[in-house]
Design a protein around this ligand. Sequence first.
Ligand code: IVH
Length: 680
Amino acid sequence: MSREQAHNRMKQLAEQIEQHNYLYYMETMPEISDFDYDALIIELLELEKQFPDLADPNSPTQKVGGDITKEFQSIEHKYPMLSLSNTYNAEEVKDFDQRVRNLLGHDPAYVCELKYDGVAIGLSYVNGILMRAVTRGDGVSGDDVSTNVKTIRSIPLKLKGDFPSEFEIRGEIFLPHKGFQKINEERMDKEEVPFANPRNAAAGSLKMQNSAEVAKRPLDCLFYSLLGGQLPSKYHFENLTAARKWGLQVSEHLTLCSNIDEVIDFINQWDKKRQKLPFDIDGVVIKVNDMAEQALLGSTAKSPRWAIAYKYKAEQASTRLRSVTYQVGRTGAITPVANLEPVQLAGTRVKRASLHNADIMQKLDIHNGDMVLVEKGGEIIPKIVGVDKSKRDLFAKPFEFITHCPECGTSLIRNEGEAIFFCPNIQYCPPQIKGRLEHFISRRAMNIDSLGEGKIEILYDNKLVKDIADLYDLKHDDLFGLEKVFPAIDDKKERKVSFQEKTVDNILRGIEQSKEIRFERVLFAIGIRHVGETVAKKLARHYRNIDALINTFQDDLILIDDIGEKIAEEVTIYFNEPGNLNLIERLKLAGLQFSVKESDQDNPQTLEGKSFVISGTFSDFSREELKAMVEKHGGKNVSSVSSKTNYLLAGEAMGPAKYEKARQLDVEIIGIKDFLGMIP
Ligand code: IVH
């Protein structure tokens, strides 16, 4: 295929795919099967691979993702992203209406919308092309999450119809119930902690670094406000209706109301109907329709005076308390859990609820066998919010918080002024040991993903591991044939985990490969309190090997950027403990990385966090050599120019589309000399 033919076909494919996206999401009337749709995407991806300089940065293949974001760039909002003040009953809504009428001197028309429960997003379109997607952040500036947002299939990368040349549209990114369930089932299968609610899952998804992973999450988006200099109408309702015509998803439930009674009707109707929606809403938003009136009413520092949210009450049910059990967390924290007579609540059968801590139990004055009020807010785990004392048995006894750890029998402690009791038996309390092991193998630490939570439990039960160094002594014969049936709990089905040949091979390979994990991650993995990923990186870079860190003093640690007294103290405590020093010696003998590798020292990471597009030819270097140089110094190579690209490294006969795109997006264009000057 000639370049020209390829270019034409690529444009044709992109148009077809955009049209099918529109039919699927906006009209909910797909014309082709998923299989045929995927075939179009694959053909376009192939062509983009063959002719990378012809690839459009807003090609619908962006929906497949693939770009990695190391750090999200902070972007100042053109218009501040305000929040809404809340109301909880009809009276407060009427007060709002009264205030608005007093200020305007007449009755306004209102628009009622659903209040979607997800993550706010602002999208900028220039000439119909999606340029940038920014989260709310602190309202003044947010994170540029464009690469991730582009993977959301209902968000168009190119608009149709008659749109203003520049505008911003705001909306909410959320996970519909079905998608949320699917993600959580997958997480539980992989023995990862499930998300507490769809909102957390959506927020977590948007901040993932690999956009190909985001593409797998069935996120959706509904838009609720249009901003800009040349909007199609003076009315909010009409602007949203126009946006719908450009291909942007606006809810069909948007309703124009001519007075506050109609607003209250809308609120009441949706209090019932919301159960049937395929996604969560937590209320209704009421807005003045006329934008000139909105401007007149203005805003306070936090929220507009022309809009208000009405929040629905969390659903509640009453049931009998059967008993209270106490769970020991990975850090030794004790959580009381109420076991209940099963009750139907917000579509699920609830058998357990959190009681949080000793103070809350005391405040509730909860007694054995009490009738309790259970509430399900946005969280998956319901909580007890009240006790019906009138139904209390005369001889019922109040609960006394336990004094000893239910797992290891050690006396519990509670730090002054804190509500949580802890088990101080860090070394030997089983859930704490298992917690440390789980942290050690986790993806961001040693990444031994062949050893999920359940398998750690089996190894621990069989006395094969009691600390992280024991993992490196495991042999094939220790593991082969082990098995355990994990009983069904709540939504999790009963499941049997058995160590077959392949499982054992994978585990041993995962453990072996972890010996290559860089020092900074090992330092994070060993689980020193308050030493997270960033602190571990700082310590590794500063001290370069574990012995230097072990031998340092608390006063020296504090001199390092971002290391405060608390961290310095915990690091010193950790390395003063002979048991920990012994553990490190054993891990060293096992072959783990306890110093920064020479190769890293020779190649200062001067390009860290910077992304490069290399285009054209260079007389002294091949493109592959240049790409390797970028990576060696911590930079990232990307194939197409986007607003996130830092530099376009331009050679001879560079693709004109890339050059044009870089100019449009203000991406710095550099030559080979500039590039060589950036690396030592
Ligand atoms: S309008 C200045 N409309 O609720 C008014 N917000 O506290 C800006 N939200 O984080 C918001 N559904 O993301 C508006 N139909 C809707 C909404 C909505 C959900 C979220 C929004 C913001 C929060 C407001």
